[in-house]
Design a protein around this ligand. Structure first.
Ligand SMILES: Cc1cc2nc3c(=O)[nH]c(=O)nc-3n(C[C@H](O)[C@H](O)[C@H](O)COP(=O)(O)OP(=O)(O)OC[C@H]3O[C@@H](n4cnc5c(N)ncnc54)[C@H](O)[C@@H]3O)c2cc1C
Length: 446
């Protein structure tokens, strides 16, 4: 984020991190081709083994993608990283399936027996890895269809990923194909230790670090639209150094080790440091319990993350925000911050809700409109009788009616569920606005 932009700006670019990814997948694989090739040799054999190694590298790096390294995730945004994570897992598993099928069909003698009672341990480990990765991908792609509750799915996900990776490593190091001379073996052993080290960092080291920095709930207040604002303060120390529009993973009534943290935008403004506020809509198992949280209860905050702020665009003549329901949370943070800083530029907020009563921060938005050069356009799905404002969704027509003719110079921010983000993308395209000017925060990364 802003912190990294001044020094070493290349660390801020997507191209640099994509290159790092490609080098980490392809590099160790390319090194295997140096020197003598193992028997039986030939293109199909080399190809099948390369698929297996590439799959293992990709699976190992999946742990890096979800390790929440701020520098590496900042240029993309965490939602995009999780999107990559999901698709790369499917690709890596597909490579593994092809690896196994080609070897099984073309070199059945080399593969040998599948029965674990007679097969060597490292071969059985290969089959275990394949099963674990297939289960992992299937349970992620069809989690809702299979009715697996999110927190349970996350625990299953971690177990399958660790079992799959450990078994795949055992298989590779045990079969030792292409791992002569010794340095190649040590290289892959080192990579394995690195990947498993990432798991230990994410699941043990970082939670332990968070455990030593507890927060406490200081207020829980109801908001419109079945939402609650939870305010927390650090038990010691100065709190979080964040930018308006960022988010954090919040754990309530669960230790940071419990894998029961949830991502929420920070709705408060950094211009008022110390206290953090999250505005949370009752939606499912966890969020429905928010109203019962009591001041004084412990909380843990892992953050800040995300790239939804306006401060990256000091030259922009103005900003347009589009929010749906509780998607207002990061936007209110930005607006509060801009108001506290005496912002003069033109701002527009297109805010979609089902009806008037569900408009979270309705009164505060009116106040902010009087402090800022802000025009708030409410778009209601079920407007009351006599409603003069916009109705339906935030479409190109709605934007067209309220934005100035030089709209292609503005920066656009959209926050809400995925279908809303897609609709906003379509609308901007219809208005001839480059999608490079659109910055989105999707409230669903699972
Ligand atoms: C970057 C980001 C910022 C967000 N900010 C806000 C906010 O400010 N206010 C708000 O009300 N909501 C926000 N959300 C959505 C919020 O995280 C989910 O609504 C919440 O986690 C649902 O949990 P649940 O157990 O109540 O619901 P469930 O019914 O169990 O889950 C509903 C859906 O929410 C998603 N989800 C559940 N748990 C998690 C989790 N631990 N991590 C990621 N996704 C999960 C899953 O897709 C799930 O299917 C944000 C989400 C993201 C990704």
């Amino acid at each position: 984020m802003a912190k990294y932009s001044a020094a070493r700006p290349w660390l801020q670019t997507e191209a640099f991190w994509l290159l790092v990814y490609v080098v980490l997948v392809v590099g160790p694989l390319a090194l295997l081709l140096l020197g003598e090739r193992p028997r039986p040799g030939g293109f199909v054999w080399d190809f099948a083994l390369a698929l297996g190694y590439a799959s293992l590298s990709m699976m190992g790096l999946q742990f890096a993608l979800t390790a929440r390294f701020k520098r590496a995730t900042a240029p993309f945004g965490i939602d995009l990283i999780y999107y990559f994570h999901r698709h790369l897992a499917s690709i890596a598993t597909a490579l593994l399936v092809v690896h196994a099928l080609v070897l099984l069909l073309r070199y059945p003698d080399v593969v040998g027996r599948i029965d674990p009672r007679t097969a060597p341990g490292y071969m059985t480990a290969g089959w275990v890895a394949l099963m674990a990765f297939l289960l992992l991908v299937a349970s992620s792609l069809w989690r809702r269809l299979l009715r697996i509750e999110y927190d349970r799915w996350r625990r299953l996900h971690v177990v399958l990923a660790v079992v799959g990776l450990a078994a795949a490593l055992w298989h590779v190091l045990g079969s030792a194909s292409y791992l002569e001379p010794r340095w190649k073996y040590l290289l892959w052993l080192g990579l394995g230790v690195f990947w498993l080290g990432l798991v230990a960092y994410v699941r043990l080291v970082r939670p332990a670090w968070l455990l030593r920095r507890p927060w406490k709930v200081v207020e829980v207040r109801p908001e419109r639209g079945r939402s609650w604002t939870v305010a927390v303060e650090p038990e010691q120390g100065p709190g979080l150094d964040y930018e308006a529009g960022q988010f954090a993973w919040l754990s309530l009534r669960a230790s940071p080790f419990a894998l029961r943290e949830h991502p929420f935008s920070i709705a408060s403004a950094p211009s008022r440091p110390g206290r953090l506020e999250f505005t949370i809509k009752e939606l499912g198992d966890f969020t429905r319990t928010i109203g019962s949280i009591q001041p004084g209860e412990r909380a843990w905050v892992d953050g800040p993350y995300g790239n939804f702020g306006v401060r990256r665009f000091p030259q922009s003549p103005g900003f347009v925000f589009m929010a749906g329901g509780v998607g207002i949370a990061p936007v209110i943070s930005v607006l509060r911050d801009l108001a506290d800083r005496g912002e003069q530029r033109s701002l527009w907020l297109f805010y979609g809700n089902r009806d008037v009563e569900r408009i979270v921060f309705r009164e505060e938005l009116e106040q902010l409109a009087s402090r800022l050069n802000l025009r708030v356009v409410h778009v209601l799905g079920e407007p009351p009788e006599g409603w003069q404002g916009e109705r339906g969704f935030i479409t190109a027509g709605v934007l067209n009616r309220h934005l100035p003719s030089d709209r292609d110079r503005l920066q656009y921010f959209v926050c809400g569920p995925e279908p809303m983000i897609r609709l906003c993308e379509r609308s901007l395209r219809q208005l001839g606005i480059s999608l490079k000017r659109l910055h989105s925060e999707i409230f669903d990364i699972a």
